[in-house]
Design a protein around this ligand. Structure first.
Ligand code: S3P
Length: 201
């Protein structure tokens, strides 16, 4: 079925991204799929830090965790993110642990506008339960592990500049538009800081 365009699509003024937009949040929050759509709407590039690390290492994430260990993964993650933050403003989806690392978080806070895609445990679990490839969830009780991560990490994700609820059933397009509106609201609330989004000339 061809979906009719969303009403805003015809009327939204073109926007220019002035600072990188970094999506943070737990595994399964939708950072990659929503981020790609967001980049498409803004007409900018999209990168996924996990993907970049896998390319650079020539190994999958479970292989990196198994052979080099999580600290090496975190170090590579920080270096990849620092490099990407220095490039032309784009949308960057980060692995769930990136914003939790103090040094990586400091880089993101200094050079980007961060957006937490916040989701509840049931939604996250529904999205990750049948997908292997997340070494942190290879435990006897992966749902419990995810719940523990949520408890520990949510206070840290809350330091992101913008929080957007990841709604069950919302399209990637709808989520991306919600993020744009939330970032614009954040810009209006911070008139003394350089805006993240500007009307394109
Ligand atoms: C991790 C999340 C994963 C990946 C790695 C560690 C985490 O990324 O970076 O398995 O610490 O939460 P996604 O959030 O994209 O699944």
């Amino acid at each position: 079925m061809i979906e009719p365009p969303e009403p805003e699509a015809a009327t939204a003024a073109p926007l220019r991204l002035r600072r990188p937009l970094v999506l943070v949040g737990l595994m399964g929050a939708g950072k990659t799929s929503v981020g790609k759509r967001l980049a498409g709407l803004l007409g900018v590039g999209f990168t996924d830090s996990d993907h970049e690390i896998v390319e650079a290492a020539g190994m999958s994430i479970p292989e990196i965790f198994a052979s080099l260990g999580e600290p090496a993964f975190r170090d590579g993650e920080r270096r990849v993110i620092m490099r990407l933050l220095g490039e032309r403003p784009a949308v960057l989806a980060t692995g769930g642990g990136a914003f939790i690392e103090p040094r990586t978080r400091a880089e993101i806070r200094a050079h980007a506008t961060s957006v937490w895609l916040k989701a509840d445990l049931d939604l996250l679990w529904d999205r990750v339960r049948d997908r292997p490839g997340r070494p942190l969830l290879r435990t006897p009780n992966p749902r419990g592990t995810l719940s523990d991560l949520l408890d520990r990490r949510y206070p840290v994700y809350a330091e992101a500049d913008v929080t957007v609820d990841s709604r069950r059933g919302a399209s990637h397009e709808a989520m991306a538009r919600t993020i744009i509106a939330a970032v614009q609201a954040h810009d209006l609330d911070h008139p003394d800081s350089p805006p993240t989004l500007e009307a394109a000339p």
